[in-house]
Design a binder for this molecule. Sequence first.
Ligand code: PMP
Length: 425
Amino acid sequence: APSTTEEMPAGMGPRGAIPERFTRFDAHPGYQQIAMMRQGAAQLGLTDPFFKVHDGNAGATSVIDGRQCLNFASYNYLGFSGDPRVNRAARDAVERYGTSVSASRVVSGERPIHGELERALAAAYGVEDAVAFVSGHATNVSTLGYLMGPKDLVLHDEYIHNSSLVGAQLSGSRRISFPHNDASALDALLTRHRGQFERVLIVIEGLYSMDGDVPDLPRFVELKRRHQAWLMVDEAHSFGVLGDHGLGLSEHFAVPTGDVDIWMGTLSKSLAGCGGYIAGCRELVETLRYLAPGFLYSVGLPVQVAAPSLKALELMDEEPERVQKLHAISRYFLEQARHMGLDTGHSIGAAVVPVIVGSSPLAARLSHDLFQRGINVQPILHPAVPEKSARLRFFLSCEHSEKQVDGTLEALRFAMAESAASPTN
Ligand code: PMP
């Protein structure tokens, strides 16, 4: 312990007199940030838009606060969460295997469903093997954190998900971001830095969830080849969404899956479960299965979340019309929104369509007003995005109808007109 005031961290008094800001949780900068946000919302007469309670399955519609709402915040892209066949798979699995595998699969063993799910994921990607972790976030943290090291370099899109950032930080490797979807900037970084590092990993996403846009995969593949780097694609939002059969970014661009070194995805969205996966060559997957901390030192997937994802994969193959419906309704939403003159950014109209309104208070107000009209859509506020690109983010599902989209955009038009007329915004 420090014995003199000189040796104490800045701001500390004599021994024993630790300022309260270092001992109280309400003085933590995180808590202060939340308190400020709540204060701002209260001043505008808005309720907290987060942690809404859905009393039932959340799909294209959902019961929130006892009211049936149109729901654009489900991430249930293919409507498999709530599908009776998927529910049954979860129930059957629990009845046969119980509710928990209790410990790591490495030591306490696995259930047949684990291998079946991983083989089905590998088959969907047409790669040698896959491994499933307990969450998508843990998948990225563990995979990046384990594979990369202090002599390595991670180059990532500036909009990459927090889980990849945390993984890259954990790995101790050098980390440099490149401007969103800018392959030329990445090329320049690779030219400049490749020679100074051992392994180099490029991390991009299949469909960016803030903007609903996609990277130019063929271009990234060409770069990773030329610079002898690995390419990792996070398909949390693109698997089940892109391509005629929902097989993701590779299908969207007709690029062979073998051109990407590491495919990552989540089981929680299109696949109606919970967990994440890595798919790729046998050596990659085996390394992770035996050594990635989030797999080795963490419990295996509960069967009741592995089984629904396995069922959803099967159904995705049998019912490609779900993917086509999702494409059609997303494009319809995008076209109608653009027709109204709304700013939808770079969205390609695949499951995610932002409506950029340009200020956080306005985005919060519109979300609040739409909710009063029975429409649930989340605002994305600064600092999640720059203030001038604060937005409403609409997640489409294959179960939304054109009529629901028309009604929603009409309600949005009213809410925007009202806000424009109101002095508070
Ligand atoms: N990657 C991306 C791009 C995500 O958006 C998310 C969260 N939705 C994750 C990873 C983490 O996945 P999970 O929610 O399954 O932990």
